[in-house]
Write a protein that binds this ligand. Structure first.
Ligand SMILES: C[S@@+](CC[C@H](N)C(=O)[O-])C[C@H]1O[C@@H](n2cnc3c(N)ncnc32)[C@H](O)[C@@H]1O
Length: 245
């Protein structure tokens, strides 16, 4: 059985809610009996999950970035989603699909921040290319603040092919690119939608860009040439949320 570590108050909390059966062991910071940790103690007792108290040094040794907030869960690896899962999910949806595509985002902090915003915006799934993308590391999960435990992340082998299949199903693909002439706030973001974001350094790849139905830009007033991808993701997604209400 492959296991992984999920840590941080929000991430472990989301795991407790969405997939408690995956948890094999909970490790809590020794001597920290505040209310925030008490609910994890109660949960472990109720579900008969082994609970260990660890020193800060030991927890820091387990979690490379030290950002565990006193709670770490050792759990079975989550289900790995694939393209078939995506299209099955679309069939089950009762609302128009709302998808986020990250075309080669490689920084786990950015991946985590995009997942967090996407979950908050009500996105149904996040699609990434299998290669040259950040994976769901502990850091990405921690930054996602629980979103990684509930929002499907779908790595696909051939992104352009998946995007074409989505278009065949009526999903309108809007690529975000700083140089696009259509302003985000003039674009129609209602209906079945995929917002496609580019990578930190290179932006959207040529084939991805060509596969999009339209390209949109976030108007920028200052001197910097682009926004961080997770910030741009939040701006685009929440304009879509506004229009879709
Ligand atoms: C850091 S930017 C990449 C900059 C890159 N040099 C380029 O030419 O696209 C990462 C991604 O964030 C999105 N982005 C950043 N600023 C944007 C803006 N003003 N309008 C639309 N998208 C933006 C785009 O999807 C972009 O590919």
């Amino acid at each position: 059985m492959k296991t992984e570590l999920i840590y941080g108050l929000h991430s472990v909390q989301a795991l407790l809610k969405s997939a408690p059966q995956r948890i094999r062991k909970l490790m809590l910071l020794n001597g920290r009996d505040d209310q925030k940790l008490q609910k994890f103690v109660s949960f472990a007792e109720r579900e008969e999950i082994p609970l260990e108290r660890w020193s800060r040094a030991k927890l820091d040794g387990l979690v490379a970035d030290g950002n565990h907030q006193g709670v770490v869960a050792e759990c079975e690896r989550g289900e790995l989603h694939d393209e078939a899962f995506l299209f099955a999910l679309l069939e089950r949806l009762e609302q128009p699909p709302f998808l986020l595509v990250l075309d080669g985002v490689t920084d786990p902090h950015n991946l985590g921040a995009c997942l967090r915003s996407a979950e908050a915006a009500g996105v149904h799934a996040v699609i990434v290319p299998k290669d040259n993308s950040a994976s769901l590391t502990g850091v990405a999960r921690k930054v996602a603040c629980g979103a990684a435990e509930v929002l499907p992340l779908i790595p696909v082998t051939n992104l352009a092919r998946t995007l074409n299949k989505l278009r065949d199903q009526g999903v309108w693909l809007q690529g975000a690119a700083g140089e696009a002439t259509i302003d985000l706030y003039q674009a129609d973001l209602k209906g079945p939608l995929g917002i496609v974001m580019g990578a930190e350094g290179d932006g959207l790849r040529r084939l991805t860009r060509e596969t999009c139905d339209g390209l949109i830009s976030i108007p920028m007033a200052g001197e910097v040439s682009s926004l961080n991808v997770s910030v741009a993701t939040g701006v685009c997604l929440f304009e879509a949320v506004r229009q879709r209400r």
